[in-house]
Write a protein that binds this ligand. Structure first.
Ligand code: RP5
Length: 290
């Protein structure tokens, strides 16, 4: 499955699975999304009764990483020196001055909890190793005879869900560097470590992080998405084939994470937003048990 095919599949499913629950209450608020049926998700479908509530969280007030109120000076679908407002899904439409979510209606206008109008760019590291027994032999599923893959997940502080240790790309930051930084912050608690410890850890993992392969780039079905602001990500797989590098490091939750652990990969996994789709792609590439 190509990167674009996966992206398209998520867009078609958006709104009716996982993250966004139409008619549900928006995270951290009392605001209820307008209920809409699946057939009314595409903007091209006529829906004269569509009149969703507007919500901008006051948690955005004064945050340097958040956009101001929209003015005529906003430049959409382009990257300037500080903000990349391009979407991986192609040019999005601007209606009445607001960018429209390329996945369709979400039942809520405004920015919700997201800092940027339009696309909010994140990076997700998918750090994997083979499951091994005490003799370091790779463990297989006896039914499928396929090797079992393990993945590093963190528990999100905001919704308690297990997730990839990803996060927002900082202004001017390379996407792959953001994935590595977020991994170190959320799964090794690098923000609380001494400078020397972080240098040592980074040099231990430097070569490993150079092996990262991009497996997905596009829209994310995140529960915070609205009609005018949505998550997009680039997901990289960092696979420790021998289990000798990242496979051995101590995991400690940090920053926005309240837990960090290795977990067996299979189709029963339940992860935040669209993360299970990215992990499935990695399982296909590495031909692991699923
Ligand atoms: C998801 O939210 C992305 O895939 C990424 O994992 C995450 C970024 O948001 P924060 O973790 O910074 O809240 O949509």
């Amino acid at each position: 499955m190509s990167i674009r095919t996966l992206s398209t599949r998520i867009i078609l499913m958006a709104g009716c699975h996982g993250g966004v629950c139409f008619g549900g209450v928006y995270p951290t608020s009392q605001v209820r999304r307008q209920n809409i049926t699946k057939d009314k998700i595409p903007w091209l479908e006529k829906f004269p009764e569509y009149s969703p509530p507007y919500f901008d969280s006051d948690r955005l007030d004064g945050k340097p990483w958040a956009d101001p109120v929209i003015t005529g000076s906003f430049k959409w679908n382009v990257k300037d020196s500080t903000v990349d407002r391009r979407s991986f899904e192609g040019d999005y439409t601007i209606e009445d001055g607001y960018p429209l979510n390329p996945a369709g209606r979400t039942g809520l206008r405004g920015r919700g909890l997201l800092g940027r109008w339009g696309p909010n760019h994140a990076a997700d590291p998918i750090v994997t190793r083979w499951k091994r027994d005490d003799n370091k032999t790779i463990v297989q599923n006896p039914i499928t005879n396929k090797s079992i893959l393990q993945l590093i997940v963190i528990k999100r502080r905001d919704n308690g869900m297990w997730a990839l240790p990803g996060g927002m790309v900082d202004s001017g930051e390379e996407v792959c560097s953001a994935a590595i930084r977020e991994f170190l912050e959320e799964a090794t608690n690098s923000l609380q470590k001494s400078h020397d410890d972080n240098i040592a850890l980074k040099s231990q993992l430097e070569d490993f992080f150079c092996t990262g392969k991009e497996v997905y780039r596009g829209y994310v079905d995140d529960p915070r998405n609205t009609d005018n602001a949505w998550m997009e990500t680039t997901a990289f797989n960092f696979h420790d084939n021998t289990g000798d590098t990242v496979g051995d490091i101590a995991l400690t939750a940090g920053d926005d994470a309240v837990g960090a652990k290795w977990i067996d990969v299979n189709k029963e996994l339940s992860l935040h937003a669209s993360h299970i789709d990215f992990v499935h792609k990695v399982a296909e590439i590495l031909q692991s048990d699923w």
